[in-house]
Write a protein that binds this ligand. Structure first.
Ligand code: HEC
Length: 156
């Protein structure tokens, strides 16, 4: 019995030595979160692109198109801007500047072209979605936001 106990104790001691070596390794967990700064001119400013041929929404204002826009919002914007469009989401709150409240008067009255280039080329912190979204998705999500109604289809 004594033999077994001492054997266990010795193995524990040896395991302890191993732990000691592990302890010396660098800790992979970050102790400090460093906010990355966005380099200038990588994401282009929206103002430079307003001249592009995207002034008028080519899609008709129909219920079907608005619903398509709402689905698109759920897929591409919801996780940051939120169901109420106010931008206080888990993802959104992680940004140094929270995602803009899309209900605001100054956002609702922006020309469609500004929206388009903002979505396409991104902003200071918002992503450039031009390569992930189709033209149709961008225009219809703009149409949906311009309705000013967060709840167009309750079932979604
Ligand atoms: C990864 C998070 C994220 C996603 C996804 C996102 N946004 Fe944003 N958005 C932001 C942040 C952060 C800001 C505020 C800072 C800035 O303008 O870059 C913002 C700002 C905006 C603005 C204000 C622009 C202005 O002129 O001031 C609009 C409009 C907007 N987003 C629309 C959208 C739409 C539409 C989608 C989906 C197609 C979308 N965003 C997806 C994070 C996001």
């Amino acid at each position: 019995m004594i033999k077994i106990t001492s054997l266990i104790l010795i193995s524990l001691l040896l395991m302890g030595c191993e732990y000691g070596r592990m302890y010396d390794q660098p800790n992979p967990r970050p102790t400090k979160i460093v906010q990355q700064t966005v380099p200038k001119n990588i994401v282009q400013s929206t103002k430079e692109h307003t001249e592009r041929e995207m002034k008028v929404n080519p899609y008709q204002l129909t219920e079907e198109n608005i619903k398509f826009g709402q689905k698109t919002y759920r897929a591409f914007c919801h996780h940051c801007h939120g169901a109420d469009w106010k931008g206080h989401t888990h993802v959104g709150d992680g940004f140094p500047v929270p995602p803009t409240n899309l209900n605001l008067q100054q956002i609702q009255t922006k020309p469609d072209s500004d929206f388009y280039s903002h979505i396409y080329f991104g902003g200071k912190y918002s992503p450039a979605l031009g390569t992930n979204m189709s033209d149709e998705e961008i225009w219809k999500v703009i149409m949906y936001i311009k309705t000013g109604k967060t709840k167009t289809i309750d079932s979604l």
